[in-house]
Design a protein around this ligand. Structure first.
Ligand code: URA
Length: 492
């Protein structure tokens, strides 16, 4: 039986060369084997003369040229990262069948195709979970501060996912240790560009530090973003599967928060938060320290813009807020919705429209047939302006100078996202969008042209609906709000 020896568990190039050569030689799937060099259980006997061992590069390149559908290559590159031991065989079976069934990858009901798709999906999910659940802990070494994380991915996605962390934490020095291998990032030194990403051997949990201040940061962050009014235990477990809990500092809070959620819902409704979250604010300030803000900073993408907003000092509002709240949504959304400024909840959670006005907006969007997940939602002003009143933080309308200062960011968001339609909610949003004072009742619902050729519309702010005491009047105003949203939907 011909055996191909692959250099390591995710050796896609090795598998591809060997599989191509097998197929050209007419070797049926049942007649070939793929093994990983040095893997447990593979003894010398496997490679004795009765089993000629095949290495991918033994044949000349020119003899192994044929093309396969890109759809197969894309799936195969993911499937190879799956932990199942028979993945190489499954892929070879598909490659073999593609010879006579060139459109095989389109037959999603086929067992092999469905199996490969499912495994590719598992891998992609594991990568997604890694992005969400890697938790760095700060340590000092001879070169200064560095961040280390221990993570156990469900599949072998370290290399595939490392680019995400490089983009996200470009200016930090960090390592991610996993049982499959380790990954190290060293940022470029001051005044130079680039940085260096390298990979090393598998690690143990004990190689990573166990706790530090950042641990507290994650706990505080999670506790503040946990919304008991929206608690759905099964959804939460789906998003944060138990297998990841042991390495998540904040997981220790889950049982406690779930148990307390009923009481907290009542408390939350009755008493809004009273102060900025100082610990979170400090941790965020530290995380942006290296990317200190320069007047005139132009962001190349939304991630850079997020950093710019955190470091922004264009007006004094940053000083009393927990954090700057950037927009969120697809980077090429066709609709952008602009609110006024983050409120109390948004300031703590770091997401626009996450509190009561957000609930009104979400319900109205749904009724109008607009999926919020497809909308880029942001605010004219990125920091929460408020004043303390007893134990509460009371909303204050931003001044024209603050809205003007923050147009810098809104304009950049619009330049990067390039929405077809931008909807301003209320007067402050309209001022930020159009750069002139707007009488909402007069201009509401009209199609306005923006300088980039796209369309703007204005409607009321959802918080206005919340403030109408009379239920009937509120119902009428809400219906008009939904009507405006439907008009926006039609423009799209
Ligand atoms: N109100 C706004 O205008 N924006 C938010 O993000 C929340 C409340």
């Amino acid at each position: 039986m011909p055996i191909a020896e692959l250099a390591h568990e995710t050796d896609f190039d090795g598998w591809r060369k060997a599989a191509r050569a097998f197929r050209l030689a007419g070797a049926e799937p049942a007649a070939v084997r793929f093994v990983v060099a040095g893997s447990a259980g593979e003894t010398g006997s496997l490679f004795d003369s009765a089993h000629p061992r095949f290495r991918g590069d033994e044949r000349k390149e020119k003899e192994i040229q044929f093309t396969v559908a890109k759809a197969f290559v894309d799936v195969a590159q993911e499937v190879i990262l799956h932990r199942s031991t028979d993945r190489f065989d499954l892929l070879y079976r598909l490659l073999w069948r593609l010879r006579d069934e060139p459109d095989l990858m389109k037959v999603v009901s086929d067992r092999d195709v469905a199996d490969a798709m499912e495994r590719a999906k598992n891998v992609s999910r594991a990568s997604h979970k890694m992005k969400a659940f890697v938790r760095f802990r700060a340590i000092q070494d001879e070169a200064g501060e560095t961040y280390v994380a221990w993570f156990e991915p469900a599949h072998r996605v370290l290399e595939k996912t490392s680019g995400f962390f490089v983009r996200r934490f470009t200016t930090m020095r960090w390592s991610i240790l996993t049982p499959d291998g380790s990954c190290f990032w060293g940022p470029a030194s001051a005044g130079t560009s680039g940085g260096e990403l390298s990979f090393g051997p598998p690690a143990n949990a004990a190689d990573a530090p166990q706790d530090d201040e950042i641990e507290e940061f994650w706990k505080t962050y999670y506790a503040s973003t946990f919304n008991p009014a929206r608690l759905k235990v099964r959804t939460m477990q789906g998003e944060m599967p138990k297998r990841y809990w042991k390495n998540l500092p904040e997981a220790s809070l889950i049982a406690e928060l779930v148990a307390a959620s009923h009481a907290r819902t009542e408390v939350m409704v009755a008493s809004p938060h009273t102060e900025p979250n100082a610990r979170l604010a400090k941790a965020i300030a530290r995380s942006v320290r290296d990317g200190s803000y320069e007047e005139g900073f132009v962001a190349s993408d939304l991630e850079a813009l997020r950093h710019g907003v955190q470091a922004c000092r264009r007006c004094p509002l940053y000083s009393d807020a927990t954090q700057g709240v950037c927009g969120e949504g697809p980077k090429k959304a066709r609709l952008m919705i602009v609110g006024e400024q983050p409120g109390d909840q948004e300031d703590l959670v770091g997401r626009p429209f996450a509190g009561p006005a957000g609930e009104v907006l979400d319900a109205a969007l749904e009724e109008a047939g607009i999926d919020r997940a497809e909308v880029y939602v942001t605010n004219a002003v990125k920091h929460f302006k408020h004043e303390p009143r007893g134990k509460r933080r009371l909303h204050r309308t931003p001044a024209t100078s603050e809205v003007s200062a923050c147009r810098w960011w809104l304009d950049q968001e619009r330049r990067l996202v390039r929405p077809k339609v931008t909807l301003a909610l209320g007067g402050t949003a309209a001022l930020g969008l159009l750069g002139r004072p707007v009488a909402v009742t007069r201009e509401r619902g009209q199609r306005l042209s923006l300088s980039d050729g796209s369309t703007a519309m204005i409607t009321v702010h959802p918080a206005y609906l919340l403030r109408i005491p009379d239920a009937e009047a509120r119902g009428r105003e809400r219906a008009l709000f939904v009507r405006d949203l439907k008009a926006v939907r039609d423009l799209l």
